[in-house]
Design a protein around this ligand. Structure first.
Ligand code: UDP
Ligand code: MG
Length: 154
């Protein structure tokens, strides 16, 4: 099943919003199949944001992302990459639609609560960047009481 990487950024951790952000993914039907808290180094952030190295905001982005621990998680489910991205909303939280994570919880471009992989290729690379294979788990969500076929839910 499709997997994507999310990072609950320092603003999310410091504002105590991790629980409600993770709850949204669980409620939507996604599984959390790996999760940990870590303080990211400049080296790994340089790699993770290498496509933004030339941008004027890059030094401040790295400073922000290393300012406190973050929560890293692998989210699994149907069309996880695209749907999770959509659930996050636009990069500039002031432009993010109401009902999205950024649109409901933030107003800033930099302090926008969450990172999510932007394509299947990035998801694969990013999951490998932050998690060892043995840290990623597989289990079935309890779907007690639902009468849908399993295909419908996968
Ligand atoms: N960012 C910023 N200023 C900008 C654009 C982006 O500080 O003008 C930060 C912001 O935290 C964003 C991250 O850099 O989430 C990565 O930028 P990207 O364009 O990849 O946005 P995302 O994929 O996170 O929506
Ligand atoms: Mg991005």
């Amino acid at each position: 099943m499709e997997k994507t990487l999310i990072i609950l950024k320092p603003d999310c951790v410091q504002r105590g919003l991790c629980g409600i952000v993770l709850q949204r993914f669980e409620q939507r039907g996604f599984s959390i199949c790996a999760m940990k808290m870590e303080k990211l180094s400049n080296a790994i952030l340089g790699e993770h944001y290498s496509h933004l190295k030339a941008k004027p905001f890059f030094p401040s982005l790295v400073r922000f992302m290393s300012s406190s621990p973050v929560v890293l998680a692998v989210i699994e489910g149907k069309e996880a990459v695209e749907i999770v991205r959509r659930m996050c909303g636009a990069t500039n939280a002031a432009n993010a639609e109401n009902g999205t994570i950024r649109g409901d919880l933030a107003l800033s471009t930099q302090y926008n609560v969450i990172h999510a992989s932007d394509s299947k290729e990035s998801a694969e690379k990013e999951i490998k960047r932050f998690f060892r294979q043995e840290e990623i788990h597989s289990y079935k969500r309890a779907l007690e009481g639902l009468t849908y076929s399993e295909d419908e839910l996968s």
